[in-house]
Design a protein around this ligand. Structure first.
Ligand code: FAD
Length: 321
């Protein structure tokens, strides 16, 4: 059934996050030959509309207001509800990001709709659109279909490939007026933590350290390798709890969920809660001195050895390429 699907683009620091383009690709599948309408919300976002069209949106609607400069649940839901009222979509796709996880249930409740969250793939099978999502911390997957009402899903970043960018694609860009009022939270200032290099949740290469790294300084060889491969440094909760690094680096069930092309786990045992955040990475390399470590069960390549010897050797070899 061809349907109109609204896809929320996510803007950070004046640029669209990759998950926006992945959501457009999911929206294309969900539209089943219907229309994909990108939605951009912010204080000044219309300049980004064409990029959504280049990645496959048929057209884009924007809601611009200085009160929307920063995400707030009230502001964004008022903006989005104005778009939904004017567009009357049959489908909605958001990224399963901090923003999407906060906003989607609120919108679903307002629309009295169901919501399929954290979708890792979406395909047509047997005349149905089938949504796949992990359950039990990634130990199993469930498949869902929508039998009635709005088709509303959030998609896990780095799982659904964006469509090829085509700069010759064109489409309408229109603005929708929304009254943004009675905000219960106002963000006065955003103080960013100094971050080194690539954003962990969007990195294609992640070098992650666990308790085996043994100290804050122990992360230095991992940082060197990450910077050489234009990647990011991540960590297990064991390393964060031991104060070797900041909790913003934690990967896993209670940390970030990542799916890079290459994940190198250094001195990480592979507890189920850690695997929940990284086991969908495309290629997993594990370095651990314990040959029985659980991490080897999910690794494509395992190196049994001392990470303080292996990581510098890898760095030297990559430098030669
Ligand atoms: P360890 O289990 O201590 O493993 C260290 C590993 O390093 C060992 O395998 C050892 O052989 C190896 N090693 C030591 N020295 C070297 C060396 N020189 N060279 C090579 N290898 C070496 N954990 C997460 O990671 N993310 C989460 O989000 C998360 N959420 C949790 C939520 C709940 C509710 C609970 C209960 C736990 C959660 N945990 C999480 C914790 C999880 O259960 C583990 O305790 C944690 O992942 C262990 O971290 P680790 O692998 O770094 O440490």
């Amino acid at each position: 059934m061809a349907r109109k699907v609204l896809v929320l683009g996510e803007v950070r620091d004046g640029s669209l996050r990759n998950v926006s383009f992945e959501a457009v690709a999911a929206g294309k599948t969900a539209s089943e030959g219907g229309e994909v309408v990108g939605v951009l919300i912010g204080d000044s976002v219309s300049a980004l509309a064409n990029e959504m069209i280049h990645y496959g949106a048929d057209r884009v609607v924007t809601v611009e207001d200085e009160k929307l400069k920063q995400y707030t649940p009230d502001g964004y839901s008022q903006a989005l509800m104005a778009v939904i009222d004017s567009e009357r979509p049959e489908g909605l796709i958001f990224g399963h990001t901090a923003l999407g996880k906060d906003l989607a249930p609120k919108i679903a409740a307002k629309l009295e709709s169901g919501l399929i969250s954290d979708v890792t793939s979406l395909e047509e099978a047997g005349g149905n659109l089938v949504f796949t999502r992990p359950i039990y911390s990634g130990k199993a997957f469930e498949k869902k279909i929508v039998t009635d009402g709005l088709l509303f899903a959030t998609i896990r970043p780095n799982n659904i490939a964006p469509l090829e960018k085509d700069e010759s694609r064109t489409g309408d860009v229109a603005s929708v007026a929304a009254e943004i009022k009675d905000l219960r939270t106002i963000i006065k200032e955003v103080v960013r933590k100094a971050s080194e290099g690539v954003d962990l949740s969007e990195a294609k290469v992640i070098i992650a350290g666990g308790r085996g790294v043994k100290s804050e300084e122990g992360f230095e060889p991992l940082k060197e390798l990450a910077s050489l491969l234009n990647g990011a440094v991540g960590a297990s909760r064991g390393a964060c709890d031991a104060d070797y690094c900041d909790y913003s680096l934690q990967i896993g069930q209670t940390g970030k969920v990542v799916t890079p092309d290459l994940y190198i786990a250094c001195g990480i045992s592979g507890a189920i809660q850690h695997l929940a955040g990284m086991s969908n990475s495309k290629v997993i390399v594990a370095i651990n001195k314990d040959p029985e470590a659980n991490i080897f069960k999910v690794a494509d390549y395992g190196i049994v050895g001392d990470l303080f010897e292996v990581v510098p050797l890898l760095t030297e070899e990559f430098k030669k390429l």
